[in-house]
Design a protein around this ligand. Structure first.
Ligand SMILES: C[S@@+](CC[C@H](N)C(=O)[O-])C[C@H]1O[C@@H](n2cnc3c(N)ncnc32)[C@H](O)[C@@H]1O
Length: 455
């Protein structure tokens, strides 16, 4: 799965502060669908955005429904703690999710309390399976409304240990992998909505576009803006001068240091944020992905930017093409736990069993990538995951399996790598707790290899 929104037009950020007076039960039911799908399975949130009830809502109500579901996911750990003393036993998931949406509005959005409670009760009434629980929902949310008015209890909703924001099993993994302080710094970022980062087609445009977009220029050349709203209306979108791409996601392609005219293979390329970078650098790019629908977004993105690439729809592990390339990028499918700032659903959808399956797929894709690197050519492997099985462990196992490849250390600050993001052997391990005061970045792992000339 990939949950990045790179290059895709649409709304940047959400509308958590939107007035809700004009929105009602329908938007709550759509938020419920987003929340349930987001928790149930990887990619579920994005799927639910593309179907009814969400895509039948008027645009303004869509913004509210999405903001409500996202706010609930960002605060889920705390919301469940607020609800626990009010529930003698855990109710059915549908009911639990309605309660979560109610508490999210009461504590974290500017919904008037009466509207927060009544719209959720109405949404419960509207569905057969939640109807018998309408009384319970009303009583629990009225109790939460009273808590909100009590300063001591209201404070408990905002002053919590960062660890409360994360699913316990993931937090324990981060603590084991990175240490207590880093795990806390990562978890502390979960409730925050990130700024929007942009990659530029032409780096020389940075000063002009930074001015036009109220943005700062980051170390690697990305722009960072606090603007909200529809990115398609921002200066430079129409002319294809930039695309949306998290600053961390922009680093791996830079590590390949593609020169004009080099043959470059981008494996697992869609929706194409990294393809655009490689093509903008002058590479002759072949982009492979198994998802035709995601590749059509890649093609649209290329067209908007006035860039080109050969596009192939294939399972990259079995792709029959036997050409060799100067540079290969593999941005492998992963649990995407590093992207929780933009996609809080990933935290709740991730399952330990998925991790094992994805790690096995990453091995197959790495084998395929290695076969396509010419002697002397470069390979960058990356994942937007915080889990070492998908990053550091893949790198070490790859080096053990492939004596023809050696690791090429990433230099301090190379490609915009933030300070303290290099591992002792010279790979990149970015986590969202790094550079937090400057706005932070998504979590990413990247390693760069070179194939020997002779083997
Ligand atoms: C992390 S996302 C890629 C993001 C992309 N590189 C970018 O920068 O926009 C992973 C991609 O892997 C693709 N994928 C998953 N399994 C695949 C396979 N076996 N072969 C080819 N593509 C695959 C998914 O369709 C998804 O588009």
């Amino acid at each position: 799965m990939c949950v990045e929104v790179q290059g895709s037009p649409g709304a940047a950020g959400s509308a958590a502060s939107d007035s809700v007076h004009s929105t009602g039960q329908a938007s709550r039911i759509a938020a419920l669908d987003l929340l349930q799908a987001g928790i149930e399975r990887r990619g579920g949130f994005d799927e639910a955005l593309g179907r009814a009830p969400f895509n039948r809502l008027p645009v303004r109500e869509r913004a509210f429904a999405r903001a409500l579901a996202s706010t609930t996911l960002r605060r889920l750990g705390v919301i469940d703690r607020l609800l626990a003393p009010k529930l003698q036993r855990t109710p059915p998931m549908l009911v639990m999710n309605l309660l979560r949406l109610g508490v999210a509005q009461l504590f974290y959005m500017d919904t008037p309390a009466h509207a927060a409670v009544s719209t959720i009760v109405e949404a419960a009434q509207a569905q057969r399976d939640s109807r018998p629980f309408k009384g319970l929902i009303n009583a629990v949310l009225r109790g939460s409304e009273r808590d909100r008015a009590d300063p001591a209890k209201a404070q408990a909703s905002s002053h919590v240990s960062p660890q409360t924001y994360a699913p316990e099993w993931l937090f324990n993994r981060w603590r084991a992998a990175f240490g207590e302080a880093a795990a806390m710094a990562i978890a502390a970022r979960i409730p925050d909505e990130p700024s929007t980062d942009l990659s530029l087609r032409d780096p020389a445009d940075a000063p002009e576009l930074a001015l036009a977009l109220d943005a700062e220029i980051l170390a690697g050349g990305s722009l960072r803006t606090q603007r909200r709203g529809d990115v398609t209306e921002w200066p430079g979108f129409e002319g294809g001068r930039w695309w949306v791409q998290d600053a961390a996601a922009a680093i791996p392609a830079r590590l390949l240091d593609v020169q004009p005219g080099e043959r470059v293979l981008d494996i697992c390329a869609a929706p194409g944020g990294k393809t655009l970078q490689l093509a903008a650098a002058g590479g002759v790019v072949t982009a492979v992905d198994r998802s035709a629908s995601r590749l059509s977004r890649l093609t649209e993105n290329l067209q908007r930017m006035g860039l080109s690439a050969e596009v192939a729809t294939a399972d990259a592990a079995d792709w029959s093409d036997d050409r060799l390339f100067d540079a290969v990028l593999l941005d492998a499918p992963c649990t995407a736990t590093g992207t929780f700032r933009r996609h809080p659903d990933v935290l709740w959808a991730a399952k330990a069993t998925d991790l094992a399956k994805l790690a096995a797929l990453q091995v197959r894709l790495l084998e395929s990538a290695a076969r396509r690197v010419r002697p002397g050519g470069r390979l960058v492997y990356c994942v937007c995951s915080l889990e070492p099985e998908e990053g550091e462990a893949q790198m070490r196992a790859f080096l053990d399996r492939h004596p023809a490849f050696s690791l090429v250390r990433i230099a301090d600050g190379e490609g915009g790598a933030p300070p303290r993001s290099l591992t002792f052997d010279g790979a990149l391990r970015i986590h969202p707790g790094l550079e937090a005061p400057a706005g932070g970045m998504d979590g990413f792992f990247a390693a760069r290899f070179v194939r020997s000339e002779s083997i």
